[in-house]
Design a binder for this molecule. Structure first.
Ligand code: DGT
Ligand code: CA
Ligand code: CA
Ligand code: ZN
Length: 602
């Protein structure tokens, strides 16, 4: 059976209905799964040419999609009758939902799935492909999955089916790309600029009193599932109308008075909720999450015989706090916890003890210690990069182009790097003392842990960064030995992007990070937090370990163009998620202090 559309059951729950004194067992099926089943059923019915019914199921599914309350709860309380009272849900549909709760499946749907073993929900996600077309593709080409469809379209087979043609085939391929993109979690760095644009436009509406982007975006998680926007307004209707009608909206899941939800062109889903001013802090707290933080916080409230929910903090019926987040934590006897720390990994205990760390701030970065220029694979000159850094408010940068082993980037050898020094001296003179341009390298770590430049050259550089760009799949022990050898070299200052991962694209190489952190502590080597949005390497949990071990870190943009300096913000966010303070990050220090720290190690 198709595992992606099959409802997933984690466990069965037993509900005792007190008034009837009987035990009813229902499957804990989530709304999303019910919606999926209804849509699939609707698609099959449409494919079979059934009249009216498909529309009814589709409409019911759309209606349920925007619902806050779980259908399981509604069914528990009011049985099938309560389901029938829901908008768009008639007798027949209510019966099928009931069947799902009782048996975990819908017989008629199972029958259709057997008859047409096609991932019909998946294929009809592609723009322009309806259920009938999907079935046609299955009958003519045996297309069962999105992958099958892509293969057939790429092989030019789709255009030969009657009624399809070459243009349709091209559109199908475009549609598939889109579906694929929307399937995985979004890089925060890709989504945030778009979210901020929407945020700005919403803030400009006169009906909006206050607005915050909550959820994982506010916690600066490296990838996000969707964006959750909260608004205070006395007149939400125009806001909701504007929101669902924005030019980038491609789908409206829900359009209500207090909640709307859309998908935008890039594939990102955005939820918008309107709340009352008196509950804003509580709602902000709830929708910022994380879920685990929320649950732990609720337990803290219970200990004080208070009740916490998205409307406020209550003693009995009396609201004790809720307008602001700070007062909410205060009422719980706690200090305010920064959103980046809200993952229930110890922050609640520290907050209760008034012992939270004071995190590095977004404006704290003074310099940038990893920058590539057009000497290798960067797109801009040293001078252009220096000017861009200056306009970002940076006071120093290190030019760290690649070394010769990365031949395809034009990596520098001993001769070429000396020529680069002359260039840096010339530009430094021209730019004066506004910004300090340091001589650096991103020196390749070779397979055996030796370095791509001789020690005589490394000794003359201001900042020596080293990194792994090859042999990603060595055994863990060998990879660890290789990196340990590299950072034992006394001229090495920083280990760049220490784990080599590319978010959503490449796993980190197998390496013993504990051993590397230990060696970094011993040798005084700095570990980098590479701020490039798909790297964010070190990640938060490693940063936490460095902070505890007293290993210093740097936050670098890894800029390959003048437009990349703003990435530093993501690096700072990651550092905050790892509970780093200003003192932990060497390039949050003035140039002199930073440089004398590096020198003291040689
Ligand atoms: P995401 O979108 O997957 O990147 O992660 P979040 O954290 O933004 O999660 P989302 O969008 O599903 O929900 C937003 C917040 O709402 C979440 O951080 C905490 C809260 N929340 C959602 N579902 C639950 C729940 O079942 N229980 C509790 N306590 N809080 C929840
Ligand atoms: Ca979210
Ligand atoms: Ca959400
Ligand atoms: Zn590069």
């Amino acid at each position: 059976m198709d595992s992606s559309t099959k409802p997933q059951f984690t466990k069965e729950i037993v509900i005792i209905q007190e008034e009837q004194e009987e035990v009813m067992v229902i499957k804990p099926i989530k709304n999303a799964e019910i919606v999926k089943a209804l849509k699939e059923f609707s698609a099959y019915l449409a494919a079979e040419g059934v009249a009216f019914k498909p529309r009814a199921y589709e409409k019911a599914a759309l209606g349920l999609e925007g619902m806050e309350e779980e259908l399981a709860e509604i069914y528990k309380k009011g049985g099938r009758k309560a389901l029938e009272d829901l908008p768009g849900v008639g007798r027949g549909i209510a019966e099928r939902i009931e069947e799902l709760f009782k048996t975990g499946k819908v017989n008629d749907l199972e029958r259709l799935r057997k008859k047409y073993p096609v991932k019909i929900n998946e294929i009809t996600e592609v723009e322009g492909i309806g259920p009938k077309m999907a079935l046609n593709l299955y009958k003519k080409l045996g297309v069962k999955t999105l992958a099958d469809l892509e293969k057939s379209a790429k092989a030019g087979k789709v255009r030969n089916i009657e009624g399809f043609g070459q243009k349709t085939e091209e559109n199908i391929l475009k549609g598939i790309e889109f579906v694929k993109k929307s399937g995985s979690r979004f890089l925060l760095g890709l989504a945030l600029p778009e979210i901020r644009k929407i945020e700005e436009r919403l803030k400009n509406l006169k009906e909006v009193e206050r607005l915050t982007v909550a959820g994982s975006v506010r916690r600066w998680k490296e990838t996000i599932g969707d964006a959750d926007i909260l608004v205070i307004s006395k007149n939400p209707k125009p806001i909701m109308d504007y929101f669902v009608g924005m030019p980038e909206v491609v789908r409206v899941y829900a359009h209500g008075e207090t909640k709307s939800a859309v998908k935008i062109k890039s594939g990102l889903d955005i939820d918008l909720r309107v709340v009352e001013a008196r509950s804003y802090g509580a709602a902000l707290n709830y929708f910022t999450g994380s879920k685990d933080h929320n649950i732990a916080l609720r337990e803290e409230a219970l200990k004080k015989e208070l009740k916490l929910n998205e409307y406020g903090l209550f003693r009995g019926k009396k609201m004790v706090a809720g307008r602001g987040e700070v007062e909410l934590y205060e009422a719980l006897g706690m200090d305010y916890i920064e959103p980046e720390m809200r993952e229930n990994t110890g922050e609640i205990e520290l907050s209760k003890k008034h012992a939270l760390p004071s995190l590095i701030n977004y404006g704290d970065i003074e310099g940038d210690l990893q920058i590539q220029t057009d000497w290798t694979d960067g797109s801009d000159s040293i001078e252009e990069m220096a000017k861009a850094a200056l306009s970002q408010g940076l006071k120093y940068i290190a030019i760290t182009d690649h070394t010769k082993r990365l031949a395809m980037t034009g990596g520098l050898d001993e001769k070429k790097i000396r020529r680069q020094w002359a260039d840096i001296d010339r530009i430094q003179k021209k730019m004066g003392s506004k910004i300090k341009i340091l001589k650096g390298t991103e020196c390749d770590i070779l397979k055996d842990g030796s370095l791509d430049l001789p020690d005589e050259i490394l000794a003359k550089l201001d900042v020596v960064g080293v990194s792994v760009h090859s042999y990603f799949n060595l055994f863990r022990e060998e990879q660890t030995k290789r990196i340990l050898k590299a950072i034992k070299n006394p001229y090495v200052d920083i280990l760049f992007h220490p784990t080599g991962r590319l978010i959503n694209r490449r796993e980190p190489y197998e390496v013993d990070m504990e051993a590397i952190i230990k060696e970094a502590k011993q040798t005084g080597t700095v570990l980098e937090i590479d701020a490039f949005p798909d790297r964010l390497d070190l990640k938060d949990e490693h940063i936490k370990k460095c902070v505890i071990s007293g290993v210093k870190m740097s936050i670098d943009s890894d800029a390959h163009s003048v437009s990349h300096f703003p990435f530093l913000e993501y690096g700072i966010a990651q550092a905050r998620r790892g509970w780093a303070k200003r003192g932990d990050i060497i390039n949050a220090w003035p140039a002199q202090k930073m440089m004398s720290f590096l020198k003291s190690r040689h």
